[in-house]
Design a protein around this ligand. Structure first.
Ligand code: UTP
Length: 293
């Protein structure tokens, strides 16, 4: 049974500078809710009871966000702001959330290896702290369903345009049904024209504990980074791995344009903003078109 999730959130977020100089990118808000709160909610909605966040330098705000704030709770109560009071006190009770600090930023694979003691010999979910996925059934739940069928690691993948495959980790594999693939290989950022498929790794995984053994064997890359893709390639020599083309839409918050688009899409889904915001967007588009942009 998959009961635990690991959320790597220690990265520097250099693609989102300058805001990430003194603020974790995982705390960037989609309207009024930090990105990582959506990730934690997805874990809970997938039946996960225990979450380990891999934190690091400059990431205190994440810990504070999921901690109790007695002063704030007192103030909201006093002012009669009951709705906000419940929202804020709910945050510290969302799940059993633990933190561990990645000592050096040595890549996603290294970050995950910090979870070894915590997850022990259980399979666990990995959910990137800067990626949210909008779906009717939580993506981690979709992966858990596949895990329960095969009892092997499962990777969430999405189709990307062939001209964009060079930006992603891409899988090679054989379809065993409409959405599930039996993996035969994986490449990180393949050269254009040399991609084995257009199925990109999408920031959600279920991993078996065997992954920790292969993470130890990975040779770090040029910048000393231990890549998860390299570990999964080694894992393939020992176990089967499956990929699942999930139902839903992925948003990479670490990318500025994606972040902007996500904000707009989520605003349009909120009842209180949908109408006035749509009106405003129409106005902007009409004005820009008139100005010949
Ligand atoms: P990214 O590669 O997108 O994060 O990692 P980054 O390194 O912060 O981004 P840029 O390229 O500099 O802008 C995906 C997730 O893995 C975490 C990040 O915090 C992010 O949530 N991560 C990455 C770690 O926890 N440790 C690392 O060493 C690297």
């Amino acid at each position: 049974m998959v009961r635990k999730a690991v959320i790597p959130a220690a990265g520097m977020g250099t693609r989102f500078l300058p805001v990430t100089k003194a603020q974790p990118k995982e705390m960037l808000p989609i309207i009024d809710t930090p990105t990582i709160q959506y990730v934690v909610q997805e874990a809970i909605d997938s039946g996960i009871e225990d979450i380990l966040i891999i934190s690091g330098k400059g990431k205190r705000a994440i810990e504070d966000h999921f901690d109790r704030s007695l002063e704030l709770e007192f103030l909201l109560n006093q002012k009669g702001q009951h709705e906000q009071f419940h929202e804020i006190s709910r945050l510290s009770e969302m799940a059993n959330i633990h933190f561990i600090r990645q000592k050096e930023l040595k890549g996603l694979g290294d970050a995950i290896s910090y979870a070894r003691q915590h997850t022990g010999d259980e399979p666990f979910a990995v959910m990137l702290g800067d990626t949210i996925i909008d779906s009717a059934i939580p993506v981690t739940q979709q992966l858990i369903d596949v895990y329960n069928q095969f009892r092997q690691s499962v990777i969430a993948v999405e189709e990307v345009a062939p001209e964009k495959t060079h930006r992603y980790g891409i899988i090679d594999g054989k379809a065993i049904d409409e959405r599930t693939y039996h993996l035969s290989g994986m490449v990180e950022k393949p050269e254009t024209g040399h991609s084995p498929s257009n199925l990109a790794v999408a920031g959600r995984y279920i991993l078996t504990p065997e992954v920790y053994k292969v993470l130890e064997m990975v040779t770090p890359g040029k910048q000393g980074e231990v890549q998860l893709t390299d570990a999964l390639r080694l894992l393939l020599n020992r176990e089967n791995i499956y990929a699942y083309r999930f139902e839903g839409k992925r948003h990479d918050i670490g990318n500025k344009l994606d972040y902007l688009k996500t904000t707009v899409e989520y605003a349009l889904k909120r009842e209180e903003f949908a109408e006035p915001f749509m009106e405003y967007l129409h106005e902007v588009v009409t004005r820009e078109e008139k100005n010949g942009k």
